[in-house]
Design a protein around this ligand. Sequence first.
Ligand SMILES: Nc1nc2c(ncn2[C@@H]2O[C@H](COP(=O)(O)OP(=O)(O)OP(=O)(O)O)[C@@H](O)[C@H]2O)c(=O)[nH]1
Ligand SMILES: [Mg+2]
Length: 302
Amino acid sequence: MKKNDVFKSGYVSLIGKPNVGKSTLLNQLVAEKLAAITSKPQTTRSKITGVAHLDNGQIIILDTPGIHKAHSKLNKLMVQTALKTFSDVDLILFLIDGTEGFSEEDDYALSLLEHISVPVFLIVNKIDRLPKPQLLEIMGNALHKRIFAEIIPISALKNDGVDGLGETVLKYFSEGPQYFPEDMITDCPDEFWVSEIIREKIMKLTQLEIPYSAAVLTENLREGKPGVLVIDSTIYVEKRSQKMIVVGEKGQMIKQIGQLARKEIEKRFGCKVFLQLFVKVKNGWSQSSVDLRELGYTHDPH
Ligand SMILES: Nc1nc2c(ncn2[C@@H]2O[C@H](COP(=O)(O)OP(=O)(O)OP(=O)(O)O)[C@@H](O)[C@H]2O)c(=O)[nH]1
Ligand SMILES: [Mg+2]
């Protein structure tokens, strides 16, 4: 930071329909994998806070579940979690998938932003797979949708345009405090992150309704033998038949989930990890307010 520069800070919320790349963008802005990412929609279920430390400022980013017309209690809670961030932020980054252009679902999500008074940026993501003429067409269409403070094409996956986006966000902030110390990139507890990584592996490795019927709880992380982190996590599914799939024949599936998750957890914490996974049935948890709360799904998971 140069001597006479002011330090700027503020909050932004990543908003958009499922699967447009919000979590990928969060991870790039923070330069760390904080949020789970899969090619399946509705991966993110909770608000995830990340902090981008720039030379002359700080951006607190709230990744949110994708906005959609929700039916189950879990999905309604997810959408409410996203909408609730509106009142807490200085700016909204509204993402669309450039390869699809504006869809009905985008229009629906956008309609919920109608009365927002903070600036809204349109982020056209996935430009790595988008021919230039199509991008120009989307940018033209955007003018009829609402007044966007900025329209910024990026590829979150390829980290293209992400630094520029950060700089532009900062221009809209006023002078502000350093909310988070420089070595802190999230206030999400480690237990939450571990559970999300395990859930990501389940979502990637299973099909049909299983990705949406699994929840993961990690009680605590503790040191076992010197230098070994011991983690006990429980995977909750909604039916016995789902438990059988998650465990798999001769335990093959749960073993694979555990191995992939462990590798990633070891990388993040820089130590050996002993990860024990348990699978339990909690009948119809995604429709029960009590179960949802027990599993950590509230407006604010922390
Ligand atoms: N080609 C390409 N793919 C991308 C880009 N950004 C994200 N993706 C992919 O899009 C899929 C969804 O990404 P996520 O970051 O999980 O999307 P999300 O908006 O957080 O999704 P939900 O949490 O379900 O709302 C993943 O397969 C990503 O790898 C991009 O810039 N280009
Ligand atoms: Mg996400």
